[in-house]
Design a protein. Structure first.
Length: 213
């Protein structure tokens, strides 16, 4: 029992880094995605093409490859990022691309009548988006956003390739040292707990937004 508690304490220290990367990704990728989605829906054709290219690059290449590029590849241009900066930038841009397409679909699903009604009320573009379109689109995009948020919990394990001591690496270190499956079992429980919290949070948001149904 004491050994299991020691393992849990060690893994929780690694879990802190996992949660930091998770928080940074959501805090910055969601606003980025909203702005990009608005740019694709309402911006000029040139902007739509640029943002489409951005989404194509980051959705069409492996996240692992992107991590390698920002941590190792940028050194060719004399740009050196810390492991945390490289991981944060990679995850924000990657998930921003996925969220952008989700939000673009949600905004596009709002009928033209909603825009005409807002125009009749003398609302400008930003008032229409903030008060009418985005609240309704949020209800539409919550389920796919939940799936991406759950995937993000597991994707944080990829930062081990650039030497960061997150949850899974901590479990692997203990396994290598003691040759026991206990650290992996504990890590599994921690991952399940984190994903359960994410699911419950987004279900709460779905209930709060249910009045748009």
């Amino acid at each position: 029992m004491d050994y299991t508690l020691q393992v849990t304490a060690h893994l929780l220290r690694g879990c802190v880094l996992t949660l930091q990367i998770y928080a940074v990704t959501l805090i910055f990728s969601i606003p980025l995605a909203v702005l990009c989605a608005l740019g694709r829906v309402s911006g000029p054709r040139g902007l739509d093409r640029v943002l489409g290219f951005y989404g194509w690059i980051f959705r069409g290449t492996p996240l692992l490859l992107q991590l390698f590029f920002f941590y190792y590849g940028l050194t060719i241009f004399n740009i050196s990022l810390s492991p945390f900066m490289a991981a944060g930038l990679t995850f924000v841009l990657n998930y921003g691309a996925y969220f952008m397409e989700i939000f673009r679909g949600g905004i596009s699903s709002i009928g033209a009548g909603q825009y005409e009604a807002a125009k009749a009320l003398n609302m400008n573009y930003w008032q229409t988006m903030r008060r009418i379109v985005l609240p309704q689109a949020t209800r539409v995009v919550l389920p796919p956003t939940t799936n991406e948020a759950i995937t993000l919990v597991k994707d944080t394990a990829l930062v081990v390739v650039i030497g960061m001591g997150e949850l899974l690496r901590s479990a692997k270190e203990i396994f290598t040292r003691d040759f026991t499956l206990i650290p992996f079992a504990v890590a599994t429980v921690i991952y399940l707990l984190m994903t359960s919290v994410v699911i419950r949070f987004f279900r709460y948001l779905e209930r709060r937004m249910a009045y748009y149904d």
